[in-house]
Design a protein around this ligand. Sequence first.
Ligand code: ADP
Ligand code: MG
Length: 613
Amino acid sequence: MANIRILPETLSNKIAAGEVVERPASVVKELLENSLDAESTRIIIEVEKGGQSLIQISDNGVGMRPDDARLAIERYATSKISSVDDLFSIQTLGFRGEALPSIASVSRFSLITRDQSSDAGTEIIVEGGKVISVSEVGAPPGTMVSVEQLFFNTPARKKFLKTVGTEMSHIAGTVARVALGHPAVQFRLVHNHKVVKSWPHTSRHLDRIVDVLGKDVKSNLHAIELSQNGLAISGWIGSPRITRRTSRGLYIFVNDRFVRDRTIQHGVFKGFAQRLVKGQFPIAVVFIKIPFDQVDVNVHPTKNEVRFVNPHQVHEAVKSAIAQTLYEIDRVNWRPVNESLRRESQNASTVAEPMTPFTPPGRVTHPSKQAKFTYPEGSFREPATDNWQPASTRQQPAAGSQQPAAIRRRSQEPIFESTGFSALRVVGQLHNTYIVCESDAGLVLIDHHAAHERILFEQLQRRGADQQAAAQQLVVPETIELNFREAEILGQMLSDLKTFGLAVEPFGKNTFVIKAVPALLAGRDVKPMIREIVEKTAAVGYSPGLKDALDECRMVMACHGALRARQALTEKQIEKLLLQLDACDHPSHCPHGRPTWVRWDLATLEKSFKRIV
Ligand code: ADP
Ligand code: MG
Protein backbone atom coordinates (compact mmCIF):
# COMPACT_ATOMS: atom_id res chain seq x y z
CA MET A 1 0.00 0.00 0.00
CA ALA A 2 1.21 3.53 -0.75
CA ASN A 3 2.14 5.97 1.98
CA ILE A 4 -0.71 7.62 3.76
CA ARG A 5 -0.85 11.41 3.52
CA ILE A 6 -3.20 14.20 4.44
CA LEU A 7 -4.92 15.61 1.38
CA PRO A 8 -4.30 19.22 0.43
CA GLU A 9 -7.23 21.45 1.31
CA THR A 10 -8.17 22.20 -2.29
CA LEU A 11 -8.69 18.48 -2.78
CA SER A 12 -10.63 17.87 0.42
CA ASN A 13 -12.90 20.77 -0.43
CA LYS A 14 -13.57 19.21 -3.80
CA ILE A 15 -14.46 15.97 -2.12
CA ALA A 16 -16.90 17.78 0.17
CA ALA A 17 -18.30 19.56 -2.87
CA GLY A 18 -19.10 16.15 -4.31
CA GLU A 19 -21.64 15.69 -1.54
CA VAL A 20 -22.91 19.22 -1.08
CA VAL A 21 -22.90 20.55 -4.63
CA GLU A 22 -24.67 18.10 -6.85
CA ARG A 23 -26.04 20.60 -9.34
CA PRO A 24 -26.71 24.35 -9.67
CA ALA A 25 -29.82 24.06 -7.51
CA SER A 26 -27.68 22.83 -4.60
CA VAL A 27 -25.59 26.00 -4.83
CA VAL A 28 -28.77 28.06 -4.78
CA LYS A 29 -30.01 26.18 -1.74
CA GLU A 30 -26.80 26.67 0.25
CA LEU A 31 -26.52 30.35 -0.61
CA LEU A 32 -30.19 30.99 0.20
CA GLU A 33 -29.73 29.31 3.57
CA ASN A 34 -26.76 31.55 4.30
CA SER A 35 -28.76 34.65 3.37
CA LEU A 36 -31.62 33.58 5.62
CA ASP A 37 -29.29 32.79 8.51
CA ALA A 38 -27.93 36.33 8.01
CA GLU A 39 -31.44 37.69 8.68
CA SER A 40 -31.99 39.05 5.21
CA THR A 41 -35.43 40.36 4.28
CA ARG A 42 -34.77 40.65 0.55
CA ILE A 43 -32.95 38.08 -1.55
CA ILE A 44 -32.36 38.24 -5.29
CA ILE A 45 -31.31 35.15 -7.21
CA GLU A 46 -29.91 35.76 -10.69
CA VAL A 47 -29.17 32.81 -12.88
CA GLU A 48 -27.83 32.39 -16.38
CA LYS A 49 -28.02 29.26 -18.52
CA GLY A 50 -29.77 27.23 -15.85
CA GLY A 51 -27.07 28.15 -13.36
CA GLN A 52 -24.25 26.69 -15.44
CA SER A 53 -22.72 30.00 -16.40
CA LEU A 54 -23.86 32.13 -13.45
CA ILE A 55 -25.57 31.94 -10.08
CA GLN A 56 -25.57 35.20 -8.20
CA ILE A 57 -27.34 35.70 -4.92
CA SER A 58 -27.52 39.07 -3.23
CA ASP A 59 -29.05 39.79 0.14
CA ASN A 60 -29.53 42.66 2.54
CA GLY A 61 -28.50 40.62 5.59
CA VAL A 62 -25.97 41.35 8.32
CA GLY A 63 -22.94 40.91 6.04
CA MET A 64 -19.42 40.08 7.22
CA ARG A 65 -16.47 42.06 8.49
CA PRO A 66 -13.30 41.74 6.38
CA ASP A 67 -11.60 39.15 8.62
CA ASP A 68 -14.80 37.07 8.86
CA ALA A 69 -15.17 37.17 5.10
CA ARG A 70 -11.69 35.69 4.75
CA LEU A 71 -12.53 32.96 7.22
CA ALA A 72 -15.89 32.17 5.64
CA ILE A 73 -14.26 30.49 2.67
CA GLU A 74 -12.14 28.21 4.86
CA ARG A 75 -13.31 24.66 5.48
CA TYR A 76 -15.12 24.11 8.80
CA ALA A 77 -15.40 27.85 9.33
CA THR A 78 -18.78 28.81 10.70
CA SER A 79 -20.24 31.49 12.93
CA LYS A 80 -23.22 29.29 13.73
CA ILE A 81 -22.00 26.69 16.20
CA SER A 82 -19.02 26.51 18.51
CA SER A 83 -19.45 23.49 20.76
CA VAL A 84 -20.62 19.90 20.64
CA ASP A 85 -23.69 20.91 22.62
CA ASP A 86 -24.58 23.39 19.90
CA LEU A 87 -24.56 20.56 17.39
CA PHE A 88 -27.50 19.01 19.17
CA SER A 89 -29.61 22.13 19.30
CA ILE A 90 -29.20 23.70 15.91
CA GLN A 91 -31.33 26.73 15.28
CA THR A 92 -29.81 27.93 12.01
CA LEU A 93 -30.13 26.43 8.55
CA GLY A 94 -26.35 26.07 8.15
CA PHE A 95 -23.84 24.75 10.68
CA ARG A 96 -21.30 22.57 8.87
CA GLY A 97 -19.12 25.40 7.62
CA GLU A 98 -18.43 23.73 4.31
CA ALA A 99 -20.76 25.24 1.73
CA LEU A 100 -18.73 28.28 0.71
CA PRO A 101 -15.34 26.50 0.44
CA SER A 102 -16.98 23.59 -1.39
CA ILE A 103 -18.69 25.82 -3.93
CA ALA A 104 -15.55 27.92 -4.35
CA SER A 105 -13.50 24.81 -5.08
CA VAL A 106 -15.57 23.86 -8.14
CA SER A 107 -16.29 27.26 -9.71
CA ARG A 108 -15.04 30.77 -10.33
CA PHE A 109 -16.32 32.31 -7.15
CA SER A 110 -16.58 35.80 -5.78
CA LEU A 111 -17.88 37.15 -2.51
CA ILE A 112 -18.66 40.79 -1.87
CA THR A 113 -19.83 41.58 1.61
CA ARG A 114 -20.19 44.46 4.01
CA ASP A 115 -21.51 44.52 7.55
CA GLN A 116 -23.48 47.51 8.84
CA SER A 117 -20.61 48.89 10.93
CA SER A 118 -17.92 48.85 8.22
CA ASP A 119 -17.41 51.74 5.85
CA ALA A 120 -16.33 49.60 2.96
CA GLY A 121 -17.00 46.13 1.70
CA THR A 122 -14.65 43.21 1.10
CA GLU A 123 -14.29 41.37 -2.17
CA ILE A 124 -12.76 37.93 -2.32
CA ILE A 125 -12.15 36.14 -5.61
CA VAL A 126 -11.48 32.40 -5.64
CA GLU A 127 -10.95 30.19 -8.67
CA GLY A 128 -11.15 26.43 -8.34
CA GLY A 129 -10.42 26.75 -4.63
CA LYS A 130 -7.41 29.10 -5.00
CA VAL A 131 -7.76 32.57 -3.54
CA ILE A 132 -6.92 35.02 -6.32
CA SER A 133 -7.50 38.31 -4.54
CA VAL A 134 -8.88 39.98 -1.44
CA SER A 135 -9.64 43.67 -1.70
CA GLU A 136 -11.67 46.50 -0.32
CA VAL A 137 -14.60 47.61 -2.49
CA GLY A 138 -17.56 49.92 -2.27
CA ALA A 139 -20.67 47.87 -1.54
CA PRO A 140 -24.07 48.23 0.10
CA PRO A 141 -24.60 46.44 3.44
CA GLY A 142 -25.29 42.77 2.83
CA THR A 143 -23.69 40.03 0.82
CA MET A 144 -23.45 39.06 -2.83
CA VAL A 145 -22.04 35.72 -3.88
CA SER A 146 -21.37 35.00 -7.57
CA VAL A 147 -20.69 31.52 -8.84
CA GLU A 148 -19.54 31.38 -12.45
CA GLN A 149 -18.82 28.35 -14.59
CA LEU A 150 -19.82 25.77 -12.04
CA PHE A 151 -17.82 22.52 -12.36
CA PHE A 152 -15.36 24.13 -14.85
CA ASN A 153 -12.57 22.13 -13.18
CA THR A 154 -14.54 18.92 -12.53
CA PRO A 155 -15.59 17.76 -16.00
CA ALA A 156 -16.92 14.47 -14.62
CA ARG A 157 -19.53 16.34 -12.60
CA LYS A 158 -20.30 18.69 -15.42
CA LYS A 159 -21.19 15.76 -17.65
CA PHE A 160 -24.10 14.91 -15.36
CA LEU A 161 -25.76 18.27 -15.75
CA LYS A 162 -29.06 18.14 -17.59
CA THR A 163 -30.57 20.64 -19.99
CA VAL A 164 -30.92 24.31 -19.07
CA GLY A 165 -34.67 23.74 -18.65
CA THR A 166 -34.23 20.85 -16.25
CA GLU A 167 -31.59 22.57 -14.14
CA MET A 168 -33.72 25.70 -14.07
CA SER A 169 -36.74 23.78 -12.87
CA HIS A 170 -34.65 22.34 -10.04
CA ILE A 171 -33.57 25.86 -9.12
CA ALA A 172 -37.13 27.19 -9.24
CA GLY A 173 -38.22 24.28 -7.04
CA THR A 174 -35.50 25.05 -4.53
CA VAL A 175 -36.41 28.72 -4.37
CA ALA A 176 -40.10 27.82 -4.02
CA ARG A 177 -39.42 25.52 -1.08
CA VAL A 178 -37.36 28.14 0.70
CA ALA A 179 -39.92 30.84 -0.05
CA LEU A 180 -42.76 28.72 1.35
CA GLY A 181 -41.01 28.59 4.69
CA HIS A 182 -40.13 32.29 4.87
CA PRO A 183 -43.08 34.50 3.98
CA ALA A 184 -41.56 37.58 5.59
CA VAL A 185 -38.66 37.52 3.13
CA GLN A 186 -38.95 38.91 -0.37
CA PHE A 187 -37.55 36.67 -3.12
CA ARG A 188 -36.91 37.38 -6.75
CA LEU A 189 -35.65 34.81 -9.23
CA VAL A 190 -34.20 36.09 -12.50
CA HIS A 191 -33.18 33.81 -15.37
CA ASN A 192 -31.26 35.15 -18.35
CA HIS A 193 -32.24 38.69 -17.30
CA LYS A 194 -35.95 37.88 -17.10
CA VAL A 195 -37.84 37.81 -13.81
CA VAL A 196 -39.19 34.28 -13.44
CA LYS A 197 -40.63 34.48 -9.93
CA SER A 198 -41.19 37.38 -7.63
CA TRP A 199 -42.64 36.88 -4.21
CA PRO A 200 -43.19 40.04 -2.18
CA HIS A 201 -42.77 39.90 1.56
CA THR A 202 -46.00 39.20 3.43
CA SER A 203 -47.07 38.85 7.03
CA ARG A 204 -49.76 36.37 6.05
CA HIS A 205 -48.37 32.95 5.50
CA LEU A 206 -51.34 31.82 3.46
CA ASP A 207 -50.63 34.54 0.90
CA ARG A 208 -47.16 33.14 0.32
CA ILE A 209 -48.49 29.60 0.05
CA VAL A 210 -50.99 30.72 -2.58
CA ASP A 211 -48.27 32.70 -4.37
CA VAL A 212 -46.07 29.64 -4.57
CA LEU A 213 -48.62 26.88 -5.13
CA GLY A 214 -50.73 28.89 -7.55
CA LYS A 215 -54.06 30.66 -7.36
CA ASP A 216 -56.05 27.65 -8.50
CA VAL A 217 -55.54 25.95 -5.14
CA LYS A 218 -56.57 28.95 -3.11
CA SER A 219 -60.20 28.07 -2.50
CA ASN A 220 -59.24 24.50 -1.75
CA LEU A 221 -56.75 25.04 1.04
CA HIS A 222 -57.59 24.31 4.65
CA ALA A 223 -55.63 25.19 7.75
CA ILE A 224 -54.25 22.49 10.02
CA GLU A 225 -53.26 23.17 13.59
CA LEU A 226 -52.35 20.95 16.50
CA SER A 227 -50.13 21.08 19.56
CA GLN A 228 -49.27 18.05 21.61
CA ASN A 229 -46.29 16.63 23.48
CA GLY A 230 -44.25 19.76 22.88
CA LEU A 231 -44.86 19.48 19.14
CA ALA A 232 -46.68 22.13 17.16
CA ILE A 233 -48.09 21.24 13.76
CA SER A 234 -49.45 23.93 11.49
CA GLY A 235 -49.87 24.57 7.81
CA TRP A 236 -52.34 24.07 5.01
CA ILE A 237 -53.63 21.07 3.15
CA GLY A 238 -55.40 20.85 -0.17
CA SER A 239 -58.84 19.33 -0.33
CA PRO A 240 -58.68 15.68 -1.40
CA ARG A 241 -60.38 16.79 -4.60
CA ILE A 242 -57.27 18.50 -5.85
CA THR A 243 -54.44 16.04 -5.94
CA ARG A 244 -51.16 15.54 -7.75
CA ARG A 245 -49.63 12.54 -9.47
CA THR A 246 -46.38 12.81 -7.54
CA SER A 247 -45.32 13.84 -4.08
CA ARG A 248 -44.23 17.20 -5.43
CA GLY A 249 -47.17 19.01 -3.85
CA LEU A 250 -45.99 17.86 -0.45
CA TYR A 251 -43.86 20.30 1.52
CA ILE A 252 -42.61 19.40 4.96
CA PHE A 253 -40.73 21.81 7.19
CA VAL A 254 -39.11 20.95 10.48
CA ASN A 255 -38.20 24.05 12.46
CA ASP A 256 -38.38 26.04 9.20
CA ARG A 257 -36.08 23.66 7.35
CA PHE A 258 -37.48 21.91 4.28
CA VAL A 259 -36.93 18.19 4.71
CA ARG A 260 -37.66 14.96 2.94
CA ASP A 261 -38.88 12.53 5.52
CA ARG A 262 -40.64 9.24 4.95
CA THR A 263 -42.14 9.09 8.42
CA ILE A 264 -43.83 12.45 8.08
CA GLN A 265 -44.90 11.73 4.50
CA HIS A 266 -46.48 8.56 5.73
CA GLY A 267 -48.22 10.52 8.48
CA VAL A 268 -49.63 12.90 5.86
CA PHE A 269 -50.98 9.98 3.82
CA LYS A 270 -52.47 8.43 6.93
CA GLY A 271 -54.17 11.73 7.69
CA PHE A 272 -55.72 11.61 4.22
CA ALA A 273 -56.64 7.94 4.65
CA GLN A 274 -59.57 6.74 2.58
CA ARG A 275 -59.79 10.04 0.77
CA LEU A 276 -57.30 9.40 -1.99
CA VAL A 277 -57.36 6.64 -4.54
CA LYS A 278 -54.21 4.76 -5.44
CA GLY A 279 -51.68 6.92 -7.23
CA GLN A 280 -53.08 10.21 -5.95
CA PHE A 281 -50.84 12.46 -3.88
CA PRO A 282 -52.19 15.21 -1.67
CA ILE A 283 -51.16 18.83 -1.58
CA ALA A 284 -49.90 19.78 1.84
CA VAL A 285 -47.59 22.34 3.40
CA VAL A 286 -46.80 21.12 6.89
CA PHE A 287 -44.77 23.02 9.46
CA ILE A 288 -43.50 21.10 12.43
CA LYS A 289 -42.02 22.93 15.39
CA ILE A 290 -40.17 20.63 17.68
CA PRO A 291 -37.73 21.33 20.53
CA PHE A 292 -34.26 21.57 18.99
CA ASP A 293 -32.93 18.76 21.12
CA GLN A 294 -35.62 16.40 19.87
CA VAL A 295 -34.36 16.37 16.32
CA ASP A 296 -30.97 15.71 14.74
CA VAL A 297 -30.33 17.67 11.57
CA ASN A 298 -26.76 16.51 11.13
CA VAL A 299 -27.71 13.41 9.16
CA HIS A 300 -26.53 14.26 5.66
CA PRO A 301 -24.30 17.02 4.24
CA THR A 302 -27.24 18.43 2.26
CA LYS A 303 -29.18 18.85 5.54
CA ASN A 304 -32.38 17.68 3.83
CA GLU A 305 -32.90 14.84 6.23
CA VAL A 306 -33.59 14.78 9.93
CA ARG A 307 -33.83 12.17 12.63
CA PHE A 308 -36.38 12.45 15.37
CA VAL A 309 -35.83 11.22 18.89
CA ASN A 310 -39.44 10.06 18.82
CA PRO A 311 -40.55 9.58 15.22
CA HIS A 312 -43.79 7.87 16.20
CA GLN A 313 -44.97 10.94 18.09
CA VAL A 314 -44.30 13.18 15.11
CA HIS A 315 -46.04 10.76 12.77
CA GLU A 316 -49.14 10.63 14.95
CA ALA A 317 -49.29 14.39 15.44
CA VAL A 318 -49.11 15.07 11.69
CA LYS A 319 -51.69 12.41 10.99
CA SER A 320 -54.11 13.71 13.62
CA ALA A 321 -53.72 17.34 12.58
CA ILE A 322 -54.66 16.47 9.00
CA ALA A 323 -57.38 13.97 9.85
CA GLN A 324 -59.00 16.49 12.19
CA THR A 325 -59.21 19.18 9.53
CA LEU A 326 -60.52 16.78 6.90
CA TYR A 327 -63.10 15.54 9.36
CA GLU A 328 -64.28 19.07 10.05
CA ILE A 329 -64.59 20.09 6.43
CA ASP A 330 -66.68 17.00 5.84
CA ARG A 331 -69.24 18.03 8.46
CA VAL A 332 -71.56 19.37 5.83
CA ASN A 333 -74.51 19.57 8.15
CA TRP A 334 -72.67 20.65 11.24
CA ARG A 335 -71.67 23.93 9.82
CA PRO A 336 -73.11 27.06 11.34
CA VAL A 337 -74.11 29.65 8.77
CA ASN A 338 -71.15 31.80 9.57
CA GLU A 339 -68.56 29.13 10.11
CA SER A 340 -66.01 30.90 7.99
CA LEU A 341 -66.46 34.13 9.92
CA ARG A 342 -66.23 32.34 13.22
CA ARG A 343 -63.01 30.73 12.16
CA GLU A 344 -61.67 33.97 10.92
CA SER A 345 -62.35 35.80 14.15
CA GLN A 346 -60.74 33.02 16.16
CA ASN A 347 -57.87 32.61 13.87
CA ALA A 348 -57.35 36.05 12.49
CA SER A 349 -53.59 35.87 12.54
CA THR A 350 -53.23 32.67 10.60
CA VAL A 351 -56.09 32.60 8.15
CA ALA A 352 -55.91 35.25 5.56
CA GLU A 353 -59.55 35.35 4.65
CA PRO A 354 -62.61 33.27 5.18
CA MET A 355 -61.65 30.20 3.28
CA THR A 356 -64.22 28.61 1.09
CA PRO A 357 -64.89 25.38 2.89
CA PHE A 358 -64.66 22.10 1.07
CA THR A 359 -67.78 23.10 -0.84
CA PRO A 360 -70.41 20.71 0.46
CA PRO A 361 -73.41 19.82 -1.63
CA GLY A 362 -75.31 22.90 -0.53
CA ARG A 363 -78.84 23.37 0.57
CA VAL A 364 -82.30 23.46 -0.84
CA THR A 365 -84.61 25.79 1.05
CA HIS A 366 -87.27 23.40 2.06
CA PRO A 367 -89.37 24.53 5.01
CA SER A 368 -90.42 21.06 6.07
CA LYS A 369 -86.82 19.93 6.14
CA GLN A 370 -85.43 22.86 8.10
CA ALA A 371 -82.64 21.23 10.03
CA LYS A 372 -82.87 21.25 13.77
CA PHE A 373 -79.36 20.69 14.76
CA THR A 374 -77.80 21.05 18.14
CA TYR A 375 -74.13 21.00 18.79
CA PRO A 376 -72.63 18.52 21.19
CA GLU A 377 -72.26 20.29 24.52
CA GLY A 378 -69.41 22.64 24.90
CA SER A 379 -68.21 22.42 21.35
CA PHE A 380 -69.69 25.73 20.31
CA ARG A 381 -70.58 28.57 22.55
CA GLU A 382 -72.34 31.24 20.67
CA PRO A 383 -74.02 31.78 17.36
CA ALA A 384 -71.37 32.73 14.90
CA THR A 385 -70.47 36.34 14.69
CA ASP A 386 -71.27 38.75 11.97
CA ASN A 387 -69.45 41.88 11.07
CA TRP A 388 -72.10 43.90 12.85
CA GLN A 389 -70.97 42.55 16.16
CA PRO A 390 -68.35 44.60 17.97
CA ALA A 391 -65.17 42.65 18.43
CA SER A 392 -65.26 42.95 22.22
CA THR A 393 -68.51 41.00 22.53
CA ARG A 394 -67.08 38.12 20.57
CA GLN A 395 -64.92 37.10 23.43
CA GLN A 396 -67.75 37.05 25.93
CA PRO A 397 -68.78 33.64 27.13
CA ALA A 398 -72.34 33.16 26.04
CA ALA A 399 -73.82 30.63 28.39
CA GLY A 400 -75.79 32.28 31.16
CA SER A 401 -74.12 35.62 30.74
CA GLN A 402 -75.70 38.91 29.83
CA GLN A 403 -76.03 39.10 26.10
CA PRO A 404 -76.14 42.30 24.15
CA ALA A 405 -79.55 42.90 22.64
CA ALA A 406 -78.23 42.40 19.19
CA ILE A 407 -77.11 38.87 19.95
CA ARG A 408 -80.37 37.96 21.59
CA ARG A 409 -82.29 39.08 18.57
CA ARG A 410 -79.98 37.28 16.21
CA SER A 411 -80.10 34.04 18.08
CA GLN A 412 -83.84 33.74 17.42
CA GLU A 413 -83.05 33.26 13.76
CA PRO A 414 -82.00 29.90 12.45
CA ILE A 415 -78.31 29.72 12.83
CA PHE A 416 -77.58 26.38 11.28
CA GLU A 417 -78.31 25.64 7.73
CA SER A 418 -78.88 22.10 6.73
CA THR A 419 -76.37 21.35 4.09
CA GLY A 420 -76.74 17.63 4.49
CA PHE A 421 -77.45 15.15 1.77
CA SER A 422 -80.98 14.49 3.00
CA ALA A 423 -81.83 18.14 2.38
CA LEU A 424 -81.12 17.79 -1.33
CA ARG A 425 -84.05 17.56 -3.74
CA VAL A 426 -83.80 14.31 -5.63
CA VAL A 427 -84.46 14.68 -9.34
CA GLY A 428 -83.93 11.07 -10.33
CA GLN A 429 -81.34 8.53 -11.31
CA LEU A 430 -78.87 8.70 -14.13
CA HIS A 431 -78.02 5.43 -15.87
CA ASN A 432 -79.16 3.75 -12.67
CA THR A 433 -75.74 4.63 -11.29
CA TYR A 434 -75.88 8.22 -10.11
CA ILE A 435 -78.52 9.94 -8.04
CA VAL A 436 -79.25 13.33 -9.56
CA CYS A 437 -80.00 16.03 -7.00
CA GLU A 438 -80.68 19.72 -6.98
CA SER A 439 -79.23 22.00 -4.34
CA ASP A 440 -79.38 25.75 -3.91
CA ALA A 441 -75.90 25.92 -5.24
CA GLY A 442 -76.40 23.80 -8.33
CA LEU A 443 -76.40 20.20 -9.39
CA VAL A 444 -75.17 17.30 -7.27
CA LEU A 445 -74.56 13.77 -8.49
CA ILE A 446 -74.15 10.97 -5.98
CA ASP A 447 -72.51 7.70 -6.88
CA HIS A 448 -74.82 5.35 -5.04
CA HIS A 449 -72.41 2.43 -4.94
CA ALA A 450 -69.62 4.57 -3.46
CA ALA A 451 -72.03 6.21 -1.01
CA HIS A 452 -73.47 2.91 0.12
CA GLU A 453 -70.01 1.42 0.51
CA ARG A 454 -69.12 4.28 2.83
CA ILE A 455 -72.30 3.78 4.85
CA LEU A 456 -71.76 0.04 5.26
CA PHE A 457 -68.11 0.49 6.09
CA GLU A 458 -68.87 2.85 8.94
CA GLN A 459 -71.68 0.62 10.16
CA LEU A 460 -69.24 -2.27 10.30
CA GLN A 461 -66.74 -0.10 12.12
CA ARG A 462 -69.25 0.84 14.77
CA ARG A 463 -70.34 -2.74 15.09
CA GLY A 464 -66.77 -3.81 15.58
CA ALA A 465 -66.36 -1.16 18.22
CA ASP A 466 -69.25 -2.30 20.40
CA GLN A 467 -68.83 -5.98 19.53
CA GLN A 468 -72.49 -6.43 18.72
CA ALA A 469 -72.65 -8.29 15.50
CA ALA A 470 -75.98 -8.22 13.76
CA ALA A 471 -75.56 -11.63 12.24
CA GLN A 472 -77.97 -13.60 10.17
CA GLN A 473 -77.76 -17.36 10.59
CA LEU A 474 -77.64 -19.24 7.30
CA VAL A 475 -80.39 -21.81 7.00
CA VAL A 476 -78.07 -24.03 5.03
CA PRO A 477 -74.48 -23.43 6.13
CA GLU A 478 -72.07 -23.19 3.22
CA THR A 479 -68.61 -24.67 2.97
CA ILE A 480 -65.60 -23.10 1.37
CA GLU A 481 -62.34 -24.76 0.44
CA LEU A 482 -59.11 -22.81 0.41
CA ASN A 483 -55.51 -23.59 -0.35
CA PHE A 484 -53.13 -24.26 2.51
CA ARG A 485 -51.82 -20.71 2.88
CA GLU A 486 -55.27 -19.12 2.65
CA ALA A 487 -56.62 -21.57 5.20
CA GLU A 488 -53.79 -20.70 7.52
CA ILE A 489 -54.64 -16.99 7.36
CA LEU A 490 -58.40 -17.44 7.61
CA GLY A 491 -57.86 -19.70 10.61
CA GLN A 492 -56.29 -16.81 12.51
CA MET A 493 -58.99 -14.35 11.53
CA LEU A 494 -62.06 -16.22 12.72
CA SER A 495 -62.60 -14.38 15.98
CA ASP A 496 -62.14 -10.97 14.36
CA LEU A 497 -64.57 -11.88 11.59
CA LYS A 498 -67.10 -12.91 14.19
CA THR A 499 -67.19 -9.37 15.55
CA PHE A 500 -68.43 -8.30 12.13
CA GLY A 501 -71.16 -10.91 12.21
CA LEU A 502 -69.36 -13.32 9.93
CA ALA A 503 -69.33 -16.70 11.67
CA VAL A 504 -66.93 -19.12 10.01
CA GLU A 505 -65.70 -22.37 11.57
CA PRO A 506 -63.00 -24.88 10.63
CA PHE A 507 -64.37 -27.99 8.97
CA GLY A 508 -61.33 -30.17 8.70
CA LYS A 509 -58.21 -29.69 6.55
CA ASN A 510 -58.50 -26.54 4.43
CA THR A 511 -62.26 -26.42 4.50
CA PHE A 512 -64.40 -23.99 6.47
CA VAL A 513 -68.09 -23.74 7.07
CA ILE A 514 -69.90 -20.41 6.95
CA LYS A 515 -72.65 -20.35 9.55
CA ALA A 516 -73.75 -16.74 9.70
CA VAL A 517 -73.23 -13.55 7.71
CA PRO A 518 -73.65 -9.88 8.61
CA ALA A 519 -77.21 -8.74 7.95
CA LEU A 520 -75.95 -6.40 5.29
CA LEU A 521 -74.75 -9.36 3.24
CA ALA A 522 -77.90 -11.41 3.57
CA GLY A 523 -78.79 -13.16 0.35
CA ARG A 524 -75.38 -12.55 -1.24
CA ASP A 525 -72.85 -15.12 -2.30
CA VAL A 526 -70.22 -14.62 0.37
CA LYS A 527 -67.63 -17.13 -0.81
CA PRO A 528 -65.88 -14.82 -3.28
CA MET A 529 -65.89 -12.20 -0.58
CA ILE A 530 -64.17 -14.47 1.93
CA ARG A 531 -61.48 -15.27 -0.61
CA GLU A 532 -60.99 -11.58 -1.22
CA ILE A 533 -60.81 -10.82 2.49
CA VAL A 534 -58.12 -13.44 2.92
CA GLU A 535 -56.13 -12.09 -0.02
CA LYS A 536 -56.38 -8.43 0.95
CA THR A 537 -55.62 -8.90 4.62
CA ALA A 538 -52.72 -11.17 3.76
CA ALA A 539 -51.34 -8.35 1.64
CA VAL A 540 -51.37 -5.83 4.52
CA GLY A 541 -50.07 -8.49 6.90
CA TYR A 542 -52.62 -9.96 9.22
CA SER A 543 -52.32 -9.82 12.93
CA PRO A 544 -55.35 -10.11 15.15
CA GLY A 545 -56.92 -6.85 16.21
CA LEU A 546 -54.68 -4.81 13.90
CA LYS A 547 -56.71 -1.84 12.75
CA ASP A 548 -55.45 -1.78 9.16
CA ALA A 549 -56.18 -5.45 8.65
CA LEU A 550 -59.64 -5.12 10.16
CA ASP A 551 -60.41 -2.09 8.02
CA GLU A 552 -59.35 -4.11 5.02
CA CYS A 553 -61.92 -6.77 5.96
CA ARG A 554 -64.58 -4.12 6.44
CA MET A 555 -63.79 -2.58 3.08
CA VAL A 556 -64.22 -5.86 1.27
CA MET A 557 -67.47 -6.57 3.09
CA ALA A 558 -68.80 -3.07 2.43
CA CYS A 559 -67.95 -3.36 -1.24
CA HIS A 560 -69.64 -6.74 -1.58
CA GLY A 561 -72.68 -5.65 0.38
CA ALA A 562 -73.19 -2.30 -1.32
CA LEU A 563 -75.78 -1.46 -3.93
CA ARG A 564 -74.38 -2.16 -7.35
CA ALA A 565 -73.96 0.39 -10.07
CA ARG A 566 -76.63 0.06 -12.77
CA GLN A 567 -79.26 -0.75 -10.26
CA ALA A 568 -82.59 1.06 -10.14
CA LEU A 569 -83.41 2.42 -6.72
CA THR A 570 -86.79 3.24 -5.25
CA GLU A 571 -87.54 6.68 -3.86
CA LYS A 572 -87.50 5.20 -0.37
CA GLN A 573 -84.10 3.61 -0.93
CA ILE A 574 -82.68 6.90 -2.10
CA GLU A 575 -84.15 8.78 0.83
CA LYS A 576 -82.69 6.27 3.27
CA LEU A 577 -79.33 6.33 1.56
CA LEU A 578 -79.09 10.11 1.85
CA LEU A 579 -80.09 10.03 5.51
CA GLN A 580 -77.52 7.35 6.25
CA LEU A 581 -74.88 9.29 4.38
CA ASP A 582 -75.60 12.25 6.63
CA ALA A 583 -74.90 10.03 9.61
CA CYS A 584 -71.45 9.09 8.33
CA ASP A 585 -68.28 10.48 9.84
CA HIS A 586 -66.59 10.75 6.46
CA PRO A 587 -69.43 10.96 3.97
CA SER A 588 -67.54 12.40 1.03
CA HIS A 589 -65.42 9.42 0.05
CA CYS A 590 -65.87 5.69 -0.23
CA PRO A 591 -63.37 3.66 1.80
CA HIS A 592 -61.15 3.30 -1.27
CA GLY A 593 -60.92 7.07 -1.58
CA ARG A 594 -63.30 7.65 -4.48
CA PRO A 595 -65.59 10.66 -4.06
CA THR A 596 -69.20 9.82 -3.22
CA TRP A 597 -70.54 13.01 -4.75
CA VAL A 598 -69.63 15.72 -7.22
CA ARG A 599 -71.18 19.10 -7.64
CA TRP A 600 -71.55 21.65 -10.40
CA ASP A 601 -72.24 25.16 -9.18
CA LEU A 602 -74.89 27.18 -10.93
CA ALA A 603 -72.20 29.61 -11.97
CA THR A 604 -70.29 26.85 -13.74
CA LEU A 605 -73.44 25.67 -15.49
CA GLU A 606 -74.32 29.19 -16.50
CA LYS A 607 -70.87 29.67 -17.90
CA SER A 608 -71.23 26.51 -19.95
CA PHE A 609 -74.46 27.85 -21.40
CA LYS A 610 -72.86 31.23 -21.98
CA ARG A 611 -75.44 32.92 -19.76
CA ILE A 612 -72.52 34.51 -18.04
CA VAL A 613 -69.00 34.91 -19.32
P1 ADP B 1 -22.33 27.46 7.44
O1 ADP B 1 -23.50 28.11 6.82
O2 ADP B 1 -22.52 26.01 7.67
O3 ADP B 1 -21.86 28.17 8.66
P2 ADP B 1 -20.98 28.28 5.05
O4 ADP B 1 -19.75 27.81 4.40
O5 ADP B 1 -22.23 28.21 4.27
O6 ADP B 1 -21.13 27.49 6.40
O7 ADP B 1 -20.76 29.77 5.52
C1 ADP B 1 -19.66 30.07 6.38
C2 ADP B 1 -19.94 31.31 7.19
O8 ADP B 1 -19.95 32.44 6.36
C3 ADP B 1 -21.27 31.33 7.89
O9 ADP B 1 -21.21 30.68 9.14
C4 ADP B 1 -21.54 32.82 8.04
O10 ADP B 1 -20.93 33.33 9.19
C5 ADP B 1 -20.84 33.42 6.84
N1 ADP B 1 -21.78 33.72 5.75
C6 ADP B 1 -22.00 32.99 4.65
N2 ADP B 1 -22.92 33.57 3.84
C7 ADP B 1 -23.30 34.70 4.45
C8 ADP B 1 -24.23 35.75 4.12
N3 ADP B 1 -24.96 35.71 3.01
N4 ADP B 1 -24.34 36.78 4.98
C9 ADP B 1 -23.60 36.84 6.11
N5 ADP B 1 -22.73 35.88 6.48
C10 ADP B 1 -22.57 34.82 5.65
MG1 MG C 1 -24.21 27.70 4.94
